[in-house]
Design a protein around this ligand. Structure first.
Ligand code: SF4
Ligand code: SF4
Length: 368
């Protein structure tokens, strides 16, 4: 059984839905059904005589799933080398595409896991892109959830990529960081193949029901009318751009109910553990903020400048604006503390912790 995941992540709704554990599962017994808030461990039975015996598939396993889960780790503030405001020189004006295209041209990566949507339903899908054309044709991140790291095995075993870039929200960057700093042998192939993580600014990700239940009904449109969904953090709005060029908006407070449960326990807004964090906050209209966090990220930005896919703007980044959102999201730590209290209460019931310890925890939460 995957006890750590079950007890410390799934039962307290902390799963971010990154999908890393599903890819890492050595026995292929973890699945992530679309309607679930966390992966499900497949039950295997064996018939012995007249009885059915449930087999503990995980008994002899080194548990790469637990080793790679970002929610079983504590996260401090991530590094920052520098922050710049940039302009994409690609015709589509997309900075993430510009970074990936130049990294591909320079041979720094040989493919990338990017975000796409299924045309008629606007359902999010990961895409393993191995050419400039495939990168440019993908729809990009639409703030709709998919366990994107489940595409890692396709990238490694089917497409045989050796230098993979990944684009995703902060929890995805944390999952990759967890894998890169692990010594678990079963995770070696991922450590060996992942080269670059481009993280996005994120306050929460939404289920596809946001499209089917809210957007479609509120504006009397079809999913295939939608071109792009973006989050305007400054004005707390969801912006929906349609193919006819018109724009619809919904206050973020109206769509909270479609946000994944795990996001309520997430404290990383600015992808602090990615190589590069990318988002519109902190930059003027038409420009994008790139926070360089690692030497790998620095190289990647240099390639883009050299290849002419990105130009650095003269205006500095307004880090105070970003910091406001970073600090706001860090307040969700309280939800994590309440989870710990709940887990400790369960431990107390089973005699593993004393009543006094629980009272102390409760007092410390109350003081904050
Ligand atoms: S956070 Fe990611 S790795 Fe952890 S249980 Fe959820 S899907 Fe699996
Ligand atoms: S808020 Fe963003 S980074 Fe955090 S769990 Fe949700 S999707 Fe992942």
């Amino acid at each position: 059984m995957v006890e750590e995941l079950r007890k410390n992540v799934w039962t307290v709704n902390r799963c971010s839905g990154c999908g890393m554990c599903v890819s890492a599962c050595a026995k292929n017994v973890l699945q992530f059904p679309e309607e679930e808030e966390h992966p499900i461990l497949e039950t295997k039975e064996r018939t012995i005589g007249l009885s059915h015996v449930v087999i503990d598939t995980c008994f002899f396993c080194e548990k790469p799933c637990e080793e790679s889960c970002p929610r079983l780790k504590e996260w401090k503030d991530g590094p920052v080398i520098r922050a710049v405001s940039v302009i994409s020189k690609l015709p589509n004006g997309n900075v993430i595409d510009a970074l990936l295209v130049s990294a591909l041209r320079c041979g720094f990566i040989d493919g990338a896991i990017v975000w796409d949507v299924e045309g008629t339903s606007f359902k999010p899908l990961p895409k393993v892109a191995t050419s400039e054309n495939e990168i440019l044709k993908s729809a990009g991140y639409q703030y709709l959830w998919f366990p994107v790291l489940t595409a890692l095995n396709e990238a490694i075993y089917e497409k045989e990529l050796r230098k993979i870039a990944i684009v995703g929200p902060p929890c995805v960057a944390q999952a990759v960081k967890t894998v890169l700093s692990s010594t678990n042998k079963k995770l070696e192939i991922y450590r060996d193949r992942i080269r670059l993580v481009i993280g996005l600014f994120c306050d929460g990700i939404y289920s596809h029901q946001l499209v089917t239940n809210e957007i479609v009904n509120r504006f009397n449109i079809k999913p295939c009318d939608i071109n792009t969904i973006t989050v305007d953090f400054r004005n707390a709005l969801l912006r929906i751009i349609l193919y006819d060029g018109s724009e619809k908006t919904i206050p973020l407070s109206d769509v909270r109910k479609y946000m994944r449960d795990g996001c309520a326990r997430c404290t990383d807004f600015a992808s602090e553990w990615a190589d590069l964090s990318v988002g519109n906050l902190g930059s003027e209209k038409g420009k994008t903020t790139v926070i360089v966090r690692t030497p790998i990220g620095e190289n990647c930005l240099d390639y883009a400048i050299r290849e002419g896919t990105i130009e650095i703007a003269k205006t500095p980044v307004n880090m105070e604006e970003i910091q406001r959102f970073v600090s706001d999201k860090k307040r969700r730590e309280q939800a994590q503390e309440i989870d710990s209290l709940l887990l400790s209460t369960l431990d107390a019931l089973s005699g593993k912790k004393s009543r006094k310890e629980i009272e102390e925890m409760l007092k410390s939460i109350g003081r904050k």
